[in-house]
Design a protein. Structure first.
Length: 432
């Protein structure tokens, strides 16, 4: 298997029509490495080149020797996302040939959770998750974000500088998820470390084991000491989830609630700090935080490529044979920026695929919106003269086939006195 990487100024000829590729069986050939630093630095250029060469479906590698098809055409993505019969989420056949230390296996392997099942099994898991999320008191969640954000801001507001990932977005996302799930700090810390390893693909198998162990411990705790939180609600749901099923539902909630949430906050802050439509030094921008969130969900969604399916038999889509049991990855970022549908207008436009569509669409988008918007507004209200501390082109994106994430977001601002700390209990997120 060879891997294609696009040079900064590609000399690849423009074909009169995209190259048809693939066959009913997996074939060797050049593939774009989604794990490379080059791809991470400018994925939109990579999508444009893939679209010119291959059309709406491109051959890629998720890790060395792990082939997949990346869907970068919006209409092809709609067809796939709304057809779980031909594009099921079950990865058990695929993973039989994937070693346990493969860096992307923990993100794709089968588990007893809604993300890797279809039909009645998926419905049972999803009903339990949705019921838990529906119990979140959104007014209390506003208060919780404030209770977490203000002390974090106070740790750096007198310094005049900060890295908004490590000092703000990550610890805030981590603390909010722990509060919603009723997770104590020690278990939450293990979960965060394990999840980070899984997303990074570095010691992913060890990270997966650490993460799964933390989830089992959390479930055991909540069965013994239930509270007003999502995990306690899942334990009591009529679906009757056993400990293994419980642990994997919570694992998925953590996976969606820390890394993608952090990236949504950071990518939106980056846009607001580098685009005068939102900023002019943040004080005079003409567009709102919600407008910035909507634009980022189109142009730089926090989870660039995911919504994975595994066709049970070879299937022909847009002139491309998709092999059986090989991953088909939806590029939310590539599809959102498909010239066939992207008009460049993002305000109040919800046609993007950042939350996915169909039976596997994200059930917590309202919660995610609220957390991100409140986190950003708390920060900018406290430090309105914040500016990027480096040139925008000096920001570095983390390699990885799934996420869209910066390594750091350094900012500077006038030294400011600490804010008044809001007193209260940040755990009161769910109704009794």
């Amino acid at each position: 298997m060879t891997t294609s990487q696009f040079p900064p100024h590609s000399s690849t000829p423009v074909h009169a029509s995209p190259v048809q590729h693939g066959s009913p069986i997996a074939t060797d050939g050049p593939r774009v490495a989604l794990y490379s630093e080059e791809y991470a630095a400018d994925p939109q250029r990579a999508y444009r080149e893939m679209r010119r060469r291959y059309g709406s479906l491109a051959p890629v590698e998720l890790a060395p020797g792990v082939p997949a098809t990346l869907v970068i055409g919006y209409h092809a993505a709609l067809r796939i996302l709304n057809d779980p019969e031909h594009f099921p989420a079950d990865s058990r056949t695929w993973q039989q040939d994937i070693p346990s230390d493969c860096p992307v296996r923990p993100m794709l392997e089968w588990r007893p959770a809604m993300i890797r099942n279809d039909g009645a099994v998926h419905a049972r898991y999803r009903q339990a998750i949705v019921a838990g999320i529906d119990e979140i008191d959104m007014f209390a969640l506003h208060t919780t974000v404030e209770q977490i954000a203000v002390p974090l801001i106070n740790t750096f507001c007198q310094d005049g500088s900060a890295d908004l990932i490590h000092q703000y977005a990550f610890p805030l996302s981590f603390a909010v998820v722990n509060a919603m799930l009723g997770c104590p700090p020690e278990i939450g810390q293990r979960a965060a470390m394990g999840m980070a390893a899984m997303f990074e693909g570095v010691d992913a198998d060890k990270g997966h084991a650490m993460f799964t162990g933390a989830m089992f411990d959390l479930v055991k705790l909540k069965r013994a000491e239930p509270g007003s939180d999502i995990v306690s609600g899942l334990c009591q749901h009529p679906a009757g989830l056993d400990d293994g099923e419980m642990a994997h539902q919570v694992l998925c909630l953590y996976g969606a609630g820390i890394e993608p949430q952090q990236n949504l906050i950071v990518n939106t802050l980056r846009l607001m700090l580098t685009d005068d439509r939102f900023g002019s030094g943040i004080l005079g921008g003409s567009l709102s935080t919600r407008d910035a969130l909507d634009e980022v969900l189109y142009t730089d969604p926090p989870l660039s490529n995911y919504c994975v399916s595994f066709p049970k038999q070879p299937i022909l889509i847009d002139g491309v044979w998709l092999p059986a049991h090989q991953p088909v990855i939806i590029s939310m970022s590539g599809c959102n920026n498909d010239p066939a549908i992207n008009s460049g207008t993002y305000i109040d436009n919800r046609a993007h695929l950042a939350w996915s569509l169909g039976p596997h669409a994200c059930p917590a988008k309202s919660v995610s919106y609220l957390i991100a918007q409140d986190a950003i507004d708390q920060l900018l209200d406290a430090l309105p003269e914040m500016r990027l501390a480096v040139a925008p082109q000096e920001l570095v994106w983390r390699p990885g086939p799934f996420h869209r994430a910066l390594t750091a977001l350094p900012v500077a601002f006038p030294e400011s006195p600490p804010l008044n700390v809001f007193s209260g209990n940040p755990g009161g997120l769910t109704t009794p």
